[in-house]
Design a protein around this ligand. Structure first.
Ligand SMILES: O=c1ccn([C@@H]2O[C@H](COP(=O)(O)O)[C@@H](O)[C@H]2O)c(=O)[nH]1
Length: 233
């Protein structure tokens, strides 16, 4: 199965359905986030799930443990393949989220958003560099019983070395020379996969292309053969 989950970031349900239908069979699944969920709610998610492809629900919950647990519980009927919470919510919140999720759902913790760099972290009072902070939050997520983390491709090799059976979600992925937009810690799909990503979340390079399927095919082709560095690893 393809490791690529296509981020369908739109408030428009029909456009989301069309995109999801067009990538079905080519991508590993689709990722729906805050933009889609705010406009369409759980019913919209179920309308996409009805197309019979794995749905990753990226709602990045971050609140007190009771509130997060109730929110996760309310999504049980949807049974998303993957669900996100923020690691910065702390151990009790992470444990509560995992306990409240459907058993088939992988609950993964967002560590440091791929749109942030070291100076952004320092400006919110985190003295560490992104890699150190990712490693710290990955350890917290693991010990709280989560299935894995979200991190950038720049940290995934180190995170996987410390947590070999973890599930590693890598967004901030761009084909060589692609438009970076608001992402700051960016790697190519090939690099992310070679370094240990379990799945790659890719949005605008596919959904913003004139021909999204051609863009997805090109990315998939770049993933077909391992680089010599990865073969040696
Ligand atoms: O650290 C994070 C966590 C989540 N995301 C989400 O991934 C996609 C990326 O979209 P692109 O268009 O490929 O930039 C988007 O839905 C984000 O909400 C992330 O980018 N970084």
């Amino acid at each position: 199965m393809s490791p690529v989950f296509v981020a369908i970031d739109t408030p428009d349900l029909e456009r989301a359905r069309t995109l999801a239908e067009s990538v079905r069979g080519h991508a590993g699944g689709v990722k729906l986030g805050l933009e889609f969920f705010s406009a369409n709610g759980p019913a919209g998610v179920l309308a996409i799930k009805d197309l019979d492809l794995p749905v990753f629900l990226d709602l990045k919950f971050h609140d007190i443990p009771n509130t997060v647990a109730k929110a996760v519980e309310a999504l049980q009927a949807i049974e998303p393949t993957v669900l996100t919470v923020h690691a910065a919510g702390g151990r009790a919140m992470l444990e509560a989220a995992k306990a409240a999720a459907a058993p088939s759902t992988k609950v993964v913790a967002v560590t440091v958003l791929t749109s942030l760099d070291g100076s952004d972290l320092h400006s919110i009072g985190v003295a560490s560099e992104p890699r150190e902070q990712v490693e710290r939050l990955a350890q917290l997520a693991r010990s709280a019983g989560l299935d894995g983390i979200v991190c950038s491709g720049a940290e995934v090799a180190a995170a996987k070395a410390a947590w070999p059976d973890g599930f590693f979600v890598v967004p901030g992925v761009r084909p060589e020379g692609g438009e970076v937009s608001d992402q700051k810690r960016v790697v190519t799909p090939r690099q992310a996969l070679d370094d240990g990503a379990s799945i790659l979340v890719i949005g605008r390079p596919i959904t913003g292309a004139a021909d999204p399927i051609a863009a997805l095919r090109e990315i998939s082709a770049s993933l077909e053969h391992k680089t010599s560095a990865a073969v040696q690893a």
